[in-house]
Each structure stands twice: as C-alpha cells, then as structure tokens.
Design a protein. Structure first.
Ligand code: 5GP
Length: 192
C-alpha cells in the first residue's frame, strides 16, 4: 500500500535489533485519519468473508483493529495480556513469546466474546516471527470459531513469520512488507 510505504519512509525510525519504530502514527501517538484509511483498505480486502468479529491483542493492535471493525460493521475484541480481576476465569488463553520484550506471556479472551458462530479476522500492527498471530489463531481455534484470515499493517519480510503462515494456508494480507532495513543508514526497502 503506497500510502503506508510513504508514511513509513517519512516517519519510521530503524533501530538496532531489527526494530522499526512508528511511534508517531501507530504505536504511541495515533494518526487517526491514517488509521481510518488503513482500516478501510483492510475491510475492503476481507469484505466478502462474512467477518463477524475482529480480534487483536493489546495494546498496539487496537488502534488498527478498531477502524477495521468499524468499516466492516462488527465488534472488535482484544486479547488481554494480564489476568485482571474483572476478566473472570472463563477465558480462552494461550502462551505467546514476545518479540519486543523477549519473554513469554499468556493472552486471554473471555469466552463470552468469541464462539463457534464467529468468523474472525485477526489484525495486528506488526508481523515478525508470527508468535502473536499464532497465539490469536489458537484462541480462535479454542473458541471453535472460523478464521477469515490475518491483516497486518507492517510485515517484516526478513523474519519468517509471514512465510510460515502462508505456507500453512493462512490468508495473510500485509499493508506493507519491509524486505530489509538498515539501522545505520535508516534505509528501508519494501518488497511489494
Ligand atoms: P511476532 O509475534 O510476529 O514475532 O511479533 C509481533 C509483535 O511484536 C507485534 O504485536 C508488535 O507489537 C511487536 N513487534 C515486532 N516487531 C516490531 C517492530 O519492529 N516494531 C514494533 N514497534 N513492534 C514490533
């Protein structure tokens, strides 16, 4: 998606350790108009899938999942990373290895918000090794729901999460695929 390429080139910052920072529009400050445009594009691509729910994981996925759900006209659920008192014990949960924090944590969704009648579109900000998406797919499976596919803002194509998901037959739509990036020069090359 050209618009996202331009935005990443203009505002993205490449850090050592294969980290792309997009705090000015996606991960800290949210460019609401821009998220709306991304959401519209994702909703368009999945418009024939009968999606009944958009699923993401807190916190960074929410800003994109919200406009996607709004455009589709369904509800959005975000998996929680901690067992809060008000979440209750009736949850689907699965462990996820964090790319940015280097630890394993459980993600949880209350059973009342996902069921076997749901067709679920998974949305997230980044795809790196694919652990967050695989965790969300596992939650969908545990709920007996049907996965419609996965939509990602920025896939880091030099990490193998996307490749493995596509090999597994998952429908994956990434709005931008970064082929390479250089922390020294700041250069970013896109695959698409
Ligand atoms: P994965 O589970 O695919 O390895 O990593 C995806 C998750 O890690 C995303 O939910 C995102 O929050 C975080 N992440 C992975 N790579 C990056 C990155 O380069 N920049 C930022 N800001 N987050 C990332």
């Amino acid at each position: 998606m050209k618009l996202l390429h331009e935005k990443i080139r203009k505002d993205g910052k490449v850090f050592a350790g294969n980290i792309l920072k997009v705090d000015s529009f996606l991960n800290h400050q949210i460019d609401v108009k821009f998220m709306e445009a991304l959401g519209e594009e994702i909703a368009r691509r999945f418009s024939s899938c009968g999606v009944t729910k958009v699923l993401t994981v807190e916190a960074s996925g929410i800003a994109l999942a919200f406009p996607v759900a709004q455009k589709i006209g369904c509800d959005m659920v975000f998996a929680k990373k901690s067992q809060t008192k008000n979440l209750g014990s009736s949850v689907y949960s699965t462990p996820v290895e964090s790319f940015t924090h280097g630890c394993v944590y459980d993600i949880r969704v209350a059973k009342e918000y996902l069921n076997e009648d749901d067709v679920v579109l998974i949305v997230d900000d980044f795809l790196a090794n694919g652990n967050a998406v695989r965790g969300l797919l596992d939650i969908v499976k545990k709920a007996g729901a049907k996965p419609a596919g996965v939509a990602i803002a920025i896939e880091k194509g030099f990490q193998d999460g996307g490749k493995r998901l596509r090999e597994d037959g998952v429908r994956l739509e990434s709005m931008a695929i970064v082929e390479s990036m250089d922390a020294t020069t700041g250069e970013i090359v896109f695959a698409d």
